[in-house]
Design a binder for this molecule. Structure first.
Ligand code: CA
Ligand code: CA
Length: 363
């Protein structure tokens, strides 16, 4: 099966994280294959676009991460769409068509998106709006924009089949070892020099905002700052701002490693047991703490019932789908219901996985 790569670059030279932009639309190589294995949708600014890599379509962090996602361990994905546009701010991403395009890529019903990455905010940090920190919502539009971007992506992902990973990346310090290092560190980490969710006002830097708001909205946060800072290699291109090939490789490795640290969401479900009252019981084996939920539907009945259980350790868990009053009435009237039941296990700190079962509930 072929690999689909759509690569976009911005045709305008713009300020900030795209300052020396070379830009062309490279375009789709082939139409999406029906029943394809999975799509990776990348979004963001010049860093995500691979700007300053020797060959952005192959040496940027996005294609390098995709190289991993194509492997069996990485999920066997076969399509990459990179919508990143150099120079984009969080506000620009919402208004310049990038977010709409990325949502269109996810909403495309002939595909199954499995991974989405967001690298946005670097140009907000270079601009003046957030000069007094990323905690000032009135002055600094980043947080509101970032939340809106994640919510909209999540809305599209919620309607997409299967489970997905939505990853957000922080920023590296491009000025390590230069006189600008402390200032850049302050922009990224805030005046308290740490990334956490406890800071207020000027203590909140760009990386605090990305980490805290990203996690609050259910995204997987990939903090690239430490690995980038600790590397003894030179990771910044001569423009002083963008990663070179080695820098992009460090970013891709940080994404890979973050996925590897996610708790397992692989769980098993035994045969359903239908009780006399029409309720359906399942025994599930889960790999660790998290939440197990079940929901059911049938023709003309969007909600047969729902249940949810918090699990505090690995092992076997019972969960029961009890029919709603209207579902029981429909069962009495029809004599049987052909039900679709979806069980979801969400490991604590990880991403959910669904298993679907169809069964007949008889009166
Ligand atoms: Ca999907
Ligand atoms: Ca901070």
């Amino acid at each position: 099966m072929g690999v689909l790569v759509i690569w976009t670059r911005n045709p305008s030279r713009s300020a900030g994280l795209a300052a020396t932009g070379v830009v062309v639309l490279i375009a789709a190589l082939m139409p999406p294959a029906a029943g394809a294995a999975g799509r990776y949708v990348a979004t963001g600014d010049s860093v995500a676009a691979g700007f300053a890599a020797s060959d952005p379509p192959t040496r940027g962090y996005v294609p390098l991460f995709f190289d991993f996602l194509k492997t069996r361990t990485g999920g066997g994905l076969d399509q990459l769409v990179n919508r990143a546009v150099p120079g984009t701010t969080s506000g620009g991403m919402r208004t310049n068509g990038q977010l709409a395009a990325a949502r269109g890529d996810i909403d495309d019903r002939s595909t199954d998106t499995k991974v989405v990455t967001v690298t946005i905010g670097g140009n907000d940090a270079l601009g003046g709006d957030c000069a007094s920190g990323f905690g000032e919502r009135d002055a600094c539009p980043f947080v509101a924009n970032f939340e809106a971007i994640l919510r909209q992506l999540k809305t599209s992902l919620a309607a997409d089949p299967g489970a997905e990973e939505l990853l957000v990346t922080t920023y590296y310090n491009p000025s390590k070892g230069t006189p600008n290092e402390p200032r850049a560190r302050g922009r990224l980490l805030g005046t308290d020099n740490v990334v956490d969710c406890a800071g207020t006002g000027a203590e909140i830097g760009l990386n605090d905002a990305i980490s805290c708001r990203g996690a609050a909205l259910g995204a997987i946060v990939v903090d690239v700052y430490p690995a980038f800072y600790e590397s003894q290699e030179i990771l910044i291109s001569p423009d002083g701002l963008h990663p070179n090939d080695a820098g992009h490789a460090v970013l891709a490795a940080a994404l890979r490693k973050r996925l590897a640290t996610l708790p397992s969401n692989v769980f098993k479900v035994g045969r359903p047991r239908v009780a006399r009252d029409g309720s359906v019981g399942f025994l599930a084996d889960v790999p660790g703490p998290g939440t197990l939920s079940v929901r059911g539907s049938a023709k003309g009945i969007p909600v047969l019932g729902r249940a949810r259980r918090v699990v505090d350790r690995a092992g076997r868990v019972a969960i029961k789908l009890r029919l709603t009053g209207s579902a029981r009435a429909a069962l009495r009237k029809r004599g049987k219901l052909r039900a679709t039941v979806v069980l979801t296990y969400a490991p604590r700190g990880g991403t959910p996985r669904e298993l679907k079962r169809t069964l007949t509930i008889r009166r």
